[in-house]
Every structure is written in C-alpha cells, then in structure tokens.
Design a protein. Structure first.
Lengths: 330, 334
C-alpha cells in the first residue's frame, strides 16, 4: 500500500508539469498580455508593457517561458509568495488574495459538502429500503428535478424569495443576500458569518443532496440484492444489523470514492454560487482575475486547482483499495 | 376442467391483436412479435416522466417555431404605452405584457420565445456536432485501440476532471485569441463560436460512451460472424456496432443538449457569452438580466426566464431518462 501511494505520488509530478504547461500556454495566449495590461492600466506605455511581459515570462519560446515561470513560482512557495509577480490591476500581492479566497471557499464548500453528502446518504438509505414505493418515487423524482435545475437559477430564486421578497412580505429581513459580513463590519463574528452562509450553502448542497441520494440509492440497492445479504439473514442476524453492518457499510465504498473526487473539485468548482452571492472565494478570485486577463493571478489559481484535482483522485483510488479488501494494489 | 377449456375462445391472430399486447409484450410472452424498435417506443411512452416531458417540450418547440405568430411583440420592441402617464418599463405582469416588461419596456414573454429559440438552436446544434465527432472518434478508438485510444482516454480524463467552468472560460479565451479559429467561427461572442465551444466540450463524453460500447461489443459472436462472412470494418461499424450503441448515444446526446443550453446560459450570466445583435436574445441573456431584478424585487424578471430554463433542462433530462429505459434491453419494465 505504502509503495503504491508513493508511486502514485511520484507520478503526479509529471502530470502536474504537463497540465500546468498546457495551462500556461492557454492562459498566456488567452489573456493576451499586452491588451489586458493596457486595459487595467490605461496610461501604460510600450516600455511598461514590455516590462510586464518580461517579468511574467510571457515572451519568446513557450518551453523556456514555462521553465522560468515555474522557477519563480517554486521560489514563491518557500518565501510566502514574495517572489510571485503582483496583480496587474492595483499591483497587489497574489498570495494573500489567494489564501483568503481558499479559506473562504473551503469553509463554504466543506460545509455544503458535509451537509449535502450526509443528507444525501441518509435519504438514499431511507429510499432504498422500500424500492418502488411512493416515497421512493417522490424522493427520486425530487432528486431528478433538483439535479436538473442549474445552480444559478436556484441561487437567484432563493435570493429573491428568502431574502428580498421575505423582507418585503414580513417586514423583517430573514437572510442577507450577499457577502460574508454586512458592509463595514470589522472583526470576527460567527453568527453573522453563519447567517451569510445559509443561502450559498443551500444552493450548493441541494445539488449535492440530489446527486448523492440517487447514487446511494443505486449502490445500496445493488448490495441489498446480492447473495451475501441472504447469507447474513440466514445466519439469523437481526434486520437492523444486516442493514447497518453489512449493507450500508458495503454500499458506502463507491460513494466514498466519488465523494473524494468531489471534494477535490471544491476549490475550483463553486464559481457560480460565489459570484451570485458576492462571496469572496476562489470562484470570485478566478472570475475577477479572468476578466482582467491577470496572468500572475490566474496561474497560482490554476496550479492549486490542478493539484487539488490530482491529489483527491489519488485519495479516491487509495480509499477505494483501503475500504474494499478485494482490491489489491500492485 | 372442461368448463375452463371451453370458456377459452379460439385463438385467432385478430383476437390477440384485439386483446392488446401491453402486458404480454413486457413479459416477452406476446405471440405478435414486436420489433425491438417498437418495443423501445412502447417502453418510452410508458415512462411517465418522459411522456409528459415530450408533450411539454413539444408544445414549447411549437411555440418557439411559430415565434412570429405566438410572440406578441418583436424581440426588441417596446410594448405600446400601457397607461397614460405610466412609463412602461419594469411593469408587473398584466394583460398587455403577460410576463411583465423589462427595464426598457420590452415584453418579457415575447423575448422569452425568441430567447428559447436561440438557446434550443445552440443546444441542438452543439449536441449534433458533438455526437457526430464523438461517435466517429469513439468508434475508431474502440475498434483500433492502441496508442490513439490511450491518448484519447488521457485527454478526456484531464478535461473531465477539471472544473467545468474554469476549463470552459480558459479555452474560450484561448480560442478567441487564435486568428485562424476566429476567422472560421467568428469572434468569441458570436453564436457560431459558442456552438463550436460546446461541441468541443461535448464530444468527449459521447466518445467515451461509444468507445466503451464498441469495446464490449466487438468481442461478441455476431461481430465475429460478420467478420467471418467477409464484412469490412466499415460495414461492421455502420451495420452492427453503431446500431447496437444507439441507446447510450441518444442518452449522451440529450445530456449534451442540456449541458450546452445550461452552459450557454452560464456564460451569458457572467457576461462571457453570446452578445446579441439587434433583434436577438438568448435564454442566458434573459436569465442574466434577471440578476438586476433580484434586489429590486421585480420577481417577474427572475421567475419566468429561470422557470423556462429549468423546465427545458428538466424535460430534456426526463427524455434522456426515458430513452435510457427504453433502449436498455436489460430493463424489462419501463
């Protein structure tokens, strides 16, 4: 097992290099450095633009540029981002921005994922115990509908009804529509923060619940129809123990691996929700950087996202082998 | 015993037809043989969700195709003055504008009809091209295997693992900067470019499905038999492999339609999508307009476009679900 993990870890390095190289090319061409620099700094002259391109290794050969960029990037990893170039708009340091964005997104994403997967699994179990019943049909259809509605539609509708129309109808505000704190707020306040997170967490977790309910249902039904369930019952084990110790535990194995991959996607995947609720997370960071064509801001983001995806794919593989003793890793 | 035997009427083909073959066909006991396609159609219409979705979507498509008749105003036309002295922007639904009006007094109902037209066009065109490419590449990869297959799987793995919107936006800007791409497909805000973009992202799922199907089928006896009879590769693909993967391909097609419609709206929502010229709009642009209505409480600007988009996505998903049930021979009862 340790050897397998080590080998996979070593293999992520070339994958990371190849993918970030492709991303480097895509962003270098896609942002069009000269134009985006001029857009962000309207009074910039040709010399300034050339300096920006040089500093960010955006000229000449792609391979050489990538190597130089990655040297600067790696150096920045050890000195707290001081060696990274500053953003093109406002010349801010990138690392503090990225750090805050990551913290905010992880808070939102983990809360939504825990709630979503937890409820999804419970609903899935609840439904799979009576396949074909009315509650099965209801929950299944509900999950199907929830899954089909794009997240920004549910976000906008929730915002409209639970925040805006609610305060209009009932005279008092129920939930804030956006941000992490009300404007002008200073310091840390758990209650206010939680209140601001209710709507975004709802939007994200509705989708997760829908997906995991269907997933857990299918997985549990498959286990319940297997031969060893009959054996367990024939041994005279109580129905409760059959369900909890044998069925649910085994049906969770595939769900866990999917969950690992989904958690890996959190860092890059909440763009829509964050933008609608003006939540200062990774999605907001990405969209701002993207519309500015901000190469120094985009590259660290992409590296983080690629790294998270690769790592959690590894976690998924390892957890699968660890949970299912039938799988042997070579 | 004798009574029972005499009570059974003589079995004639007409009697069987008259008795209806519903329950018998499902359990495979029918004496009147149904072709697999007829059985699939039957299973499809027994799927309640798919049946309802087909009707709803059919009505919608009819409305949208007849836009010049069904829409009450032109796409960029302001409604006629509602009441003397009342400006006609941001009016709540009333008799002259069923779904209300937007910030410059245009009828949202009419705009919605024109918007759905564009969105359905994007979805169907992108799905069509994506399926065409996906089927070709997938069949080739599955049949040939080897290095091409490996490469295809690697590339699609990377793309499918990546956060969709990030990849979409980065690729959009990359292609938008390449002159040879924009000379063929137009600037990045044009409809052709958007269709191309979703084709590019859509074919991979189709290709993987077709490849998997071809891999599973190509070792089967009937393929071997066809080969023994001297069928060429092309004949095997077009006569045996593709007709046998039509079910999963249809499902993938519906998924691509939904993904493209929602994707187009998402892009528009963030302002990176289709930029409408005069006389055009899209569902995404209307939903993007909805943003401005939220905080002011103009619910009609939010509710109608959002519902239209959700209903379309839901209907197509239901149709896909019905198609899967209908074309999967392992599921006996639809």
């Amino acid at each position: 097992m340790a050897r397998f993990i080590l080998r996979r870890l070593i293999w992520t390095i070339p994958s990371l290099i190849v993918v970030t190289f492709l991303v480097y090319i895509a962003i270098r061409i896609g942002t069009n450095p000269a134009e985006s620099y001029k857009r962000s700094n309207p009074r910039a002259n040709a010399a300034k633009i050339e300096e920006y391109k040089q500093l960010n290794n955006l000229t000449g050969n792609y391979v050489k540029g990538y190597v130089k960029w990655s040297q600067g990037f790696l150096k920045g990893l050890f000195d707290g981002g001081a060696s990274w170039q500053r953003t093109i708009k406002g010349r801010q340091e990138v690392w503090p921005l990225l750090k805050d964005a990551m913290a905010n997104t992880l808070r939102l994403g983990l809360a939504a994922t825990v709630i979503g997967i937890g409820f999804g699994i419970l609903l899935g179990i609840y439904v799979a115990m009576r396949p074909g019943s009315l509650r099965d049909a209801t929950v299944n259809t509900g999950a199907f509908v929830a899954f089909s509605i794009p997240p920004y539609v549910s976000a906008v509708l929730l915002q409209l009804f639970l925040a805006v129309m609610w305060s209009r109808w009932f005279g008092s505000s129920l939930l804030p529509t956006s941000g992490v704190y009300p404007p002008g707020h200073q310091g840390f306040d758990l209650w206010l923060m939680a209140k601001h997170m209710v709507l975004p967490v709802m939007v994200v977790s509705i989708q997760i619940i829908a997906v995991y309910t269907r997933y857990m249902r299918a997985s549990l039904l498959e286990v319940l129809n297997s031969d060893y369930m009959r054996t367990a019952r024939a041994k005279g084990i109580s129905e409760r123990r059959v369900l909890v110790n044998h069925a649910v535990r085994n049906s969770l194995i595939p769900v866990v691996t999917v969950a690992a991959i989904d958690v890996g996607g959190i860092l890059g995947g909440l763009i829509i929700t964050e933008r609608i609720f003006s939540y200062p997370g990774m999605g907001d960071y990405f969209l701002t950087a993207f519309s500015n064509g901000d190469f120094p801001q985009l590259m660290p983001f992409m590296v983080v996202v690629v790294f998270a995806v690769l790592m959690f794919n590894l976690v998924a593989d390892v957890s699968y082998a660890w949970l299912d003793p039938r799988i042997r890793l070579g | 015993m004798a009574e029972i035997t005499t009570s059974v009427p003589p079995v004639t083909p007409e009697a069987i037809e008259a008795a209806g073959t519903d329950s018998l066909a499902a359990s495979g006991l029918s004496t009147k043989s149904l072709s697999p396609r007829q059985m699939a159609v039957r299973r499809y219409f027994h799927h309640k969700g798919a049946f309802a979705a087909t009707i709803v979507l059919g009505i919608m498509v009819l409305f949208v195709l007849l836009a010049p008749i069904t829409a009450r105003y032109g796409v960029n036309e302001a409604i006629f003055r509602a009441q003397a002295g009342v400006p006609n922007q941001n009016l709540a639904p009333f008799s002259k504008a069923w779904f209300g009006t937007d910030e410059i007094g245009r009828d949202i109902y009419s705009r919605l009809i024109y918007g759905i037209r564009v969105s359905l066009l994007v979805g169907i065109a992108a799905a069509f091209f994506a399926t065409l490419i996906g089927v070709t590449v997938g069949a080739f990869a599955g049949l040939r295997g080897g290095r091409f297959d490996d490469l295809l799987m690697r590339v699609t793995d990377v793309f499918l693992a990546f956060p969709f919107l990030v990849a979409l936006l980065v690729v959009r800007n990359l292609l938008g900067e390449l002159d040879w791409v924009t000379s063929i497909f137009g600037p990045r805000t044009s409809l052709r470019f958007i269709i191309m973009l979703f084709t590019l992202f859509g074919w991979m799922a189709v290709a993987r499905i077709v490849r998997g199907n071809v891999l599973a089928l190509k070792e089967r006896e009937f393929i071997e038999a066809a080969r023994a009879l001297g069928a060429s590769n092309w004949q095997i693909v077009s006569r045996h492999l593709l007709p046998n993967s039509i079910g999963p391909v249809m499902v993938a097609l519906t998924n691509t339609v939904v993904a493209a419609i929602i994707g187009e709206s998402t892009l528009s929502f963030f302002g990176f999508g289709f930029q409408a010229g005069a006389g055009d709009t899209s569902l995404g642009l209307l939903v993007a307009d909805a943003k401005g209505g939220v905080l002011s409480g103009w619910w009609w600007k939010v509710v109608f476009p959002c519902s239209a988009l959700s209903i379309i996505a839901l209907c197509i998903n239901f149709i896909g679900d019905g198609l899967r049930d209908a074309t999967d021979p392992k599921l006996v009862q639809g």
